[in-house]
Design a protein around this ligand. Structure first.
Ligand code: UGA
Length: 333
């Protein structure tokens, strides 16, 4: 489910390259997976989880990976109800169906379930960190609330074989969209800064760009899923952080790195690359925006149980992503 999205397209490619498995994939869009549509090991259905008949078809398979979600913060305020439907109602129905069929449900949740973390917060532990979500008026937390409730529902559902994956800011080719070209609104920071760079516009630092994130290559994320497939007995009934602690940067530092990588990709002096501009969160995203100031995962559980450790350095991940973005949107500028 969600095989045509950012993570899904990379996972699908890896499955076809590394295994001989057959895949039934469902998504509302397919432009990222065109190369696989004619593959006779792949059956693609253009649909979404709101359709109960689709859910019934999905759960005929022994392993179900759910990647479908509205997951761009730009939408958490104005479209909170839709965000909750996408991140709670639909996965809940899928979990119910998996519990009946016996399918193993690998559900992609979010690092955002850890909520409103402070600048000095320590590493977030899957099974012991306390969780503070902002007030209901801060509708930024609509997404985290829905995702967290889904996790709790799955963990409490009798008969369900579940695994929860909590991504920490995955980056790579095909992430999100370019506003006005193949999507509307504000994408996540990688796509937003990439768009600004190719359009020659300033990079917007929300509330000064002091928030920190651990950006993680999507290729590491795919490797995590294969570690999980290989050690299903250790992974069932567990939630896992998937992130790269060595890649922690502030958003202001990310902007600096992306400016310098872009200058080298384009063969320009850095002074000719757009600069940064500080904006307020509410002005930029709208009323109800709020933020996590630090999102540092503990990665010990994935290493100890599954033998997984993210490896790809930040600069390499950003360079791959920016080169792809510049090439992919070359005609859009
Ligand atoms: C989002 C989702 O809400 C998470 O669920 C998801 O797990 C996460 O992305 C992810 O990619 O893993 P967030 O990390 O806040 O959470 O996503 P971004 O929109 O990429 O923002 C990261 C930081 O950059 C925030 O502090 C934001 O205010 C800032 N930002 C974003 C800017 O300073 N400028 C921008 O143009 C965009």
């Amino acid at each position: 489910m969600g095989c045509g999205g950012f993570i899904g397209c990379h996972l699908l490619k890896a499955i076809f390259e590394r295994t001989s498995w057959r895949v039934f994939g469902v998504d509302l869009e397919s432009y990222r997976i065109q190369e696989h549509l004619a593959n006779d090991r792949f059956e693609f259905l253009c649909a979404d989880l709101a359709d109960a008949a689709v859910v019934e078809r999905i759960v005929r398979y022994p392993v179900v990976v759910n990647l479908a979600a509205i997951c761009t913060p730009g939408r958490y305020m104005a479209e909170a109800a839709e965000v909750i439907r996408s991140n709670y109602d639909h996965p809940r129905a899928l979990a119910d169906a998996c519990a009946k069929s016996g399918s193993w449900l690998i559900h992609f949740s979010t690092s955002e379930i850890y909520g409103k973390t402070a600048a000095d917060s320590s590493a977030l532990e899957e099974d012991s960190s306390e969780i503070v979500l902002g007030p209901v008026t801060a509708s930024r937390w609509s997404y985290a609330t829905a995702k967290l409730l889904t996790e709790r529902y799955m963990a409490g559902l009798a008969g369900l074989n579940w695994t929860v994956v909590r991504p920490f800011n995955f980056v790579g080719p095909f992430m999100d969209f370019m506003p006005g070209v193949d999507g509307e609104g504000i994408p996540r920071v990688l796509a937003n800064f990439s768009t600004a760079l190719v359009r020659g516009e300033s990079l917007k630092l929300v509330n000064g760009g002091v928030a920190k994130r651990c950006f993680t290559s999507v290729h590491d994320a795919v490797d995590f899923v294969f570690c999980l497939f290989a050690k299903a007995d250790k992974g069932v009934g567990q939630a896992f952080n998937v992130g790269n602690v060595d890649n922690e940067v502030s958003i202001a530092e990310l902007a600096g790195l992306m400016r310098s990588v872009f200058a080298s990709v384009k063969g320009k002096p850095e002074n000719d690359v757009p600069g940064v501009e500080v904006v307020s969160g509410e002005d930029y995203y709208g009323k109800g925006y709020d933020d996590s100031l630090r999102r540092l995962p503990s990665v010990a559980k994935a290493e100890n149980l599954l033998g997984f450790m993210a490896k790809i350095p930040l600069k390499e991940a950003i360079e791959e992503s920016l080169r792809w973005f510049v090439g992919h949107y070359v005609d859009a500028c």
